[in-house]
Design a protein around this ligand. Structure first.
Ligand code: SF4
Length: 375
């Protein structure tokens, strides 16, 4: 049975982190309520809005069919991300979850709420479930545990200014001591989208740009994380993700497995299986569109067989279990095995029958594999 995931984007933050390249902003809290109202309305009216605009027709059609709702694909995961969704009032979070429950068939088997440790309060933890200092983490975890939340995930960024091997080792040790069920490790992205990235690319020194570790150091941090998390009993299941057995993110697995998901809120992305579309990034433009009864979509793409195949390979390879090339060849009517010959010869991928996977020792240079694959 196909399962549907829902993503809700909350693009507001308490402050704008210098290294962040997401479309998020700091706004007056008076803008939260109209935004949440727009999200709830988009959720409740999405089928008619999509159908009227001819977007995601396959999904909209299926969503209208009783048979699909009951037997084929039902909602099982909700991910409220951002931004900092934990900035919202508990009542806002509740309204969003209520709108989802009333609109979709299925049960919420996994609900994820992204939070800045500084914003975690008992009331919010009970409702659902960076500027922060280390102490905020030690304060937030017991609050969440006390609220009965048995699945906590930490995000770590490798490559922040002033990070050293020692400070990174201590972070990993402290994380293991706090024993979250899930861990994501991201390498700092250096691009024009963040203030720090821009400064670095322009050769400037603001935002401690001069203290950003080198690419080699970042690769070393990643390898240290691989070792430390493995030793602490975490299973490495995706390039950036580790979990205690059974706590792999069901929602995020849908992205890598190309399963359908619907995104609500400014900048949220959706995928029907054959089409991708994205909402307006600007929160004010998004709210205005929903308030006037328009679909807030600003980009849409019908996937060609070639782009679907590329996605299969890139998203599939991100998972440490690898991909079954025999299935892909059969599904797409193509031959792809030999594309992996040079990568296997260079030791970048491993083969077992028709399954190919990234070599664990070479994961820190996985980008090279993707570049090679595109040649
Ligand atoms: S809290 Fe997260 S989303 Fe918000 S600015 Fe910082 S890194 Fe970006």
């Amino acid at each position: 049975m196909r399962k549907l995931g829902i993503y809700v984007q909350v693009p507001f933050c308490q402050t704008k982190c210098t290294y962040c390249n997401f479309h998020t902003g700091v706004v007056a809290s008076s803008r939260f309520a109209p935004y949440v109202e727009a999200v709830c309305r988009e959720i409740r009216e999405h089928r008619d809005l999509l159908r009227a605009a001819g977007v995601g027709e396959d999904l909209a059609e299926k969503a209208h069919s009783q048979e699909w709702r009951c037997h084929e694909a039902v909602l099982d995961t909700v991910y409220i991300g951002g931004g900092t969704p934990s900035l919202l009032d508990p009542a806002h979070l509740q309204n969003i979850l209520d709108a989802i429950r009333e609109t979709f068939a299925g049960s919420l088997e996994e609900v994820t709420l992204e939070a800045d440790p500084e914003t975690v309060e008992a009331e919010k933890a009970a409702a659902s479930g960076r500027m922060h200092r280390r102490a905020d983490i030690y304060r937030a975890v017991p609050i969440l545990r006390e609220a009965g939340i048995g699945n906590i995930s930490f995000d770590l960024i490798a490559g922040l200014p002033h990070q050293t091997k020692d400070s990174w080792r201590r972070s990993l040790e402290e994380l293991a001591g706090l024993a979250p069920e899930h861990v994501s490790v991201y390498l700092l992205e250096i691009d024009e989208g963040s203030r720090l990235g821009k400064e670095l690319l322009q050769g400037g020194g603001r935002y401690s740009a001069g203290a950003v570790p080198s690419e080699d150091e970042m690769a070393e941090f990643y390898e240290m994380a691989q070792k430390a998390l493995g030793a602490a009993g975490y299973h490495h299941y995706e390039i950036s993700n580790w979990a205690k057995q059974g706590f792999e993110s069901r929602h995020n697995l849908k992205y890598w497995r190309r399963e359908p998901y619907l995104g609500f809120g400014a900048g949220a992305h959706s995928f029907s299986g054959t089409q991708r579309w994205a909402n307006a990034h600007d929160a004010a433009a998004y709210v205005a569109a929903v308030q006037s009864g328009r679909l807030p979509v600003e980009q849409q793409e019908k996937l060609t067989a070639d782009s679907a195949l590329e996605e299969e390979l890139f998203l599939g390879l991100r998972q440490l279990d690898g991909i079954d090339l025999a299935r892909i060849e059969q599904e797409y009517g193509v031959t792809v095995m030999e594309r992996f010959d040079p990568l296997a010869a260079a030791g970048l991928v491993e083969r077992q029958g028709s399954v190919v996977r990234l070599t664990p020792e070479k994961l820190s240079i996985s980008n090279e594999v993707f570049v090679e694959l595109m040649r």
